[in-house]
Ligand binder design. Structure first.
Ligand code: SF4
Length: 462
């Protein structure tokens, strides 16, 4: 029997990291680690980092300063705390983290989490370890062999990584350097993971990858499967009622994937489709491989397949050379598409990317002012989308208790949080809800079923 120890994992950034953090916790559970939400109780602290956001590395170093003080306080009490840094900043910085952050025992790159137990043993023997090589073995197999049981239930929704890495080389992005080339997992391994999740009570699965719609994993009979084909098979897994996928690149939206939005009831009517800018000149400078007209025509085709499709997106303002006219095209694109929400950021140069070397970097003040204007338009889009939901009824998957007694929180088909007075027995169930009130970031509703208070049979789709 392994010694019982506490693990604290802090995830920065995207769903890929949240997923990876869960897999790290799963892989460490047989070693005696159970998760704690209190960092001061932890025997092992893992910072699972993200390189996408502004000043990512500096934020990690500043967090490591706080972790160092905790580690010193624990040592004064005679307790050893091990500190590991994982994720994209670990991959990019490598040994520099060991040099700059004395508290760190292990630096593990995004392809090597499955080696954590071994790396921790080596660290316990007094070493300070850096493992950021791109290995040849399959990380996913090592993390969860096809026959392995799910260690713990994760609730009713789950992420499943189907693809990692990216070959697109957008000029602002570090992913192709930190996560490597595009790799797709084989179909059977993904389906086995989804079946295990369904057996553990999961009802909604989001297939994730940095460039998820470039998926081209090996099918059971040989030959590559598209994401649409994979989604269609995943929809047949008993217990899986809802499917989503993210993050997609516009130039990889194949015809069969667009059609799937109209044909597959389990595929929820919400799609995150980053565009970054509404200006062709900037899109070219970003190496996005699509123009404004391509994107708008893609949106039209998607909405033809699924008229109620809610779209979200990512935007970067102040990319090098962006003029006021260029920025105005981004504002007009947001208005034209009518997003249900979007993430927007000021451009910040990432070392090693072509964008960082470009002339005509934009002043910080200009970026800030443009970002505020863009966010105002996005917020107006989101408010309009939410307002249009008032009085509508749609299916809600109940995920957890709400803040107040007797309240549950679930998700609409469009990914909005919905708060409803409902019995706890509905957690994990899908029930029709009528939206009665709208708040800034969530909806309030009542069970639409006349038998409110009784479990409602799960249904699919909106
Ligand atoms: S497609 Fe996405 S992940 Fe790939 S380089 Fe561009 S922004 Fe980065």
């Amino acid at each position: 029997m392994k010694k019982a120890r506490k693990l604290f994992v802090k995830s920065f950034g995207c769903q890929m990291n949240v997923y990876d953090s869960q897999r790290m916790a799963d892989t460490l559970a047989p070693e005696g680690y159970s998760e704690t939400a209190a960092i001061e109780d932890a025997d092992l602290v893992i910072l699972n980092t993200c390189h996408i956001r502004e000043k990512a590395a500096e934020k990690v170093y500043s967090e490591l300063g706080r972790v160092r003080r905790l580690k010193q306080a624990a040592a004064a009490d005679g307790r050893r705390v091990t500190v590991a840094v994982a994720g994209c900043v670990a991959q990019a910085e490598g040994g520099e983290i060991i040099r700059r952050a004395p508290a760190v025992d292990v630096v593990v790159g995004s392809q090597n989490y499955h080696r954590l137990p071994e790396l921790l043993v080596r660290a316990a023997q007094g070493g300070r370890i850096v493992d950021t090589a791109f290995p040849v073995e399959d990380k996913f197999d090592a993390l969860a062999p096809p026959t392995a049981p799910i260690t713990r239930s994760r609730g009713v929704t789950a992420f499943v990584t189907v693809q990692e890495g990216c070959d697109k080389f957008c000029t602002f992005c570090v992913v192709p350097y930190t996560r490597g080339a595009e790799v797709s997992r084989p179909v059977e391994k993904i389906l086995a993971e989804i079946r295990r999740l369904a057996d553990a009570g999961v009802r909604e699965v989001t297939l994730i990858g940095q460039n998820v719609n470039a998926y081209h994993g090996a099918g059971p009979g040989g030959g590559a499967w598209s994401l649409a084909r994979l989604l269609a098979r995943a929809a047949q897994v008993t217990g899986i009622e809802r499917l989503r996928y993210t993050t997609s690149h516009p130039s990889d939206m194949a015809d069969d994937l667009i059609a799937a939005h109209g044909e597959l009831p389990q595929l929820m009517p919400q799609l995150h489709l980053p565009v970054q800018s509404g200006c062709d000149r900037i899109l070219t400078a970003m190496n996005r491989r699509h123009g404004r007209a391509d994107y708008l025509s893609l949106v039209a085709r998607l909405r033809k397949a699924r008229p109620d499709l809610a779209l979200t997106s990512d935007f970067i303002v102040g990319f090098p050379g962006e003029t006021e006219e260029d920025f105005a095209l981004t504002l007009s694109l947001v208005k034209e598409v009518g997003y249900s929400g979007a993430f927007s950021f000021k451009y910040s140069p990432r070392p090693g990317t072509p964008g960082a070397e470009m002339d005509e970097q934009i002043d910080e003040d200009v970026k800030t002012e443009r970002l505020q204007r863009l966010q105002a338009v996005i917020d107006a889009n989101q408010a309009a989308f939410n307002r249009a939901c008032r009085g509508r009824s749609f299916s809600v998957l109940f995920e957890r208790p709400g803040r107040y007694s007797g309240q549950l929180v679930g998700r609409s088909p469009y990914l909005q949080p919905v708060q409803v007075d409902a019995p706890a027995s509905l957690i994990g169930e899908i029930a029709p809800v009528t939206v009665t009130e709208i708040a800034a970031n969530s909806l309030f509703g009542v069970l639409a079923d006349a038998r409110a208070g009784e479990p409602v049979p799960a249904s699919t789709g909106a």
